[in-house]
Design a protein around this ligand. Structure first.
Ligand code: 13P
Length: 256
C-alpha cells in the first residue's frame, strides 16, 4: 500500500470561527482516514498555531503556505523558517503560482527558499506548472524543465529526497476546470523520467501531487493514476464535508 498525501491549502481564507468548526469535525472523523493517507493542513500563517493545537495529537501535519528567504533580521512582515519549525510546521509550500504571479517570485528565489526548507529538515512542497498560453504553445515540458533545473543543478542527487512536487497547471487553479487525469498522468510520468534522466537516484520515491480544481467528484479519477501520489486541494479543502469525501476516496484507493 502506498499512502496518498492530501494537502489542504487554505490560501487567504478562514477565520477563528470557521477554523474551529473545521477542526471539531476533523477531530471526530479523522481516525478513519489516517491509516492510508498522509494529511496536511496549510492555513494562513496567522492561524498556524491555532490549527496545530488541535492536530498535533491526531497525526495530521501542519503546513505553511510560504516562508521568507531570510532566517532572521530586519525583514518587516516576513516569517522565518526557524519560526515555522519552532511552532510545529512540517511541510512548506514553495513556488506556488500565486506567489510567482502576485508576488514576483522567480525560480532563483524559489530555489533559495527550497534549500532553506531542506536545511531545516522540513519538507518542501514544490509547485510547478504551466500557464494556459504556455500550454497552447506546446511549451509545458520546457516550462517544467526550467522550473526543475535550478533545483537539480543546486542540490544534485539529493534534490528530491524527502520532498514533494505539486504539479499545478495554472489554468486549472481556481477555475473549476480541472486538468484531464490522463494528461496529468502523462505529465507526472514525464517529470519522474526527467528527474531520473538527470541521474537522480531513488526516483521511485519521488512524490508528485496534482492540484487544480480538485473536488470530491474528480478526486478518484486523479488518484487512480499510477503516478499521481496525492492531491493539493484549494477551495474544496475549505468545506469539511468535501475534504473528508476526498480523504475517503484516497483511503479506498490506497487500500486496493
Ligand atoms: P483550487 O483547488 O482552488 O483550484 O486551488 C488549487 C491550488 O492552488 C492548491 O494549491
Amino acid at each position: 500500500m502506498k499512502k496518498k498525501i492530501i494537502v489542504a491549502n487554505w490560501k487567504l481564507n478562514g477565520n477563528i470561527q470557521t477554523i474551529s468548526n473545521f477542526l471539531e469535525y476533523v477531530k471526530l472523523k479523522i481516525s478513519l482516514y489516517l491509516k492510508c493517507n498522509t494529511v496536511v493542513i496549510a492555513p494562513s500563517t496567522i492561524y498556524l498555531e491555532r490549527v496545530y493545537r488541535d492536530i498535533k495529537d491526531i497525526n495530521i501535519f501542519l503546513g505553511a503556505q510560504n516562508v521568507d528567504v531570510n532566517k532572521q533580521g530586519a525583514f518587516t512582515g516576513e516569517t522565518s523558517i526557524l519560526m515555522l519549525k519552532d511552532i510545529g510546521v512540517k511541510y512548506v509550500i514553495v513556488g506556488h503560482s500565486e506567489r510567482r504571479y502576485f508576488h514576483g517570485e522567480n525560480n532563483k528565489l524559489i530555489t533559495q527558499k527550497f534549500g532553506l526548507i531542506k536545511e531545516l529538515n522540513l519538507i518542501p512542497i514544490l509547485c510547478i506548472g504551466e500557464s494556459e498560453t504556455e500550454k497552447k504553445q506546446n511549451k509545458t515540458k520546457e516550462i517544467l524543465r526550467n522550473q526543475l533545473n535550478m533545483i537539480l543543478e543546486k542540490f544534485g542527487e539529493k534534490a528530491f529526497e524527502n520532498t514533494i512536487i505539486a504539479y499545478e497547471p495554472i489554468w486549472a487553479i481556481g477555475t473549476g476546470v480541472s486538468a484531464d487525469p490522463i494528461y496529468v498522468q502523462l505529465i507526472h510520468k514525464f517529470i519522474k523520467d526527467y528527474i531520473n534522466e538527470c541521474n537522480i537516484k531513488n526516483q521511485q520515491n519521488i512524490i508528485i501531487q496534482y492540484g487544480g480544481s480538485v473536488n470530491s467528484k474528480n478526486a478518484k479519477s486523479f488518484l487512480e493514476q499510477p503516478d499521481i501520489d496525492g492531491l493539493l486541494v484549494g477551495s474544496a479543502s475549505l468545506i469539511y464535508e468535501e475534504f473528508f469525501n476526498i480523504l475517503e476516496i484516497a483511503n479506498n484507493i490506497s487500500l486496493k
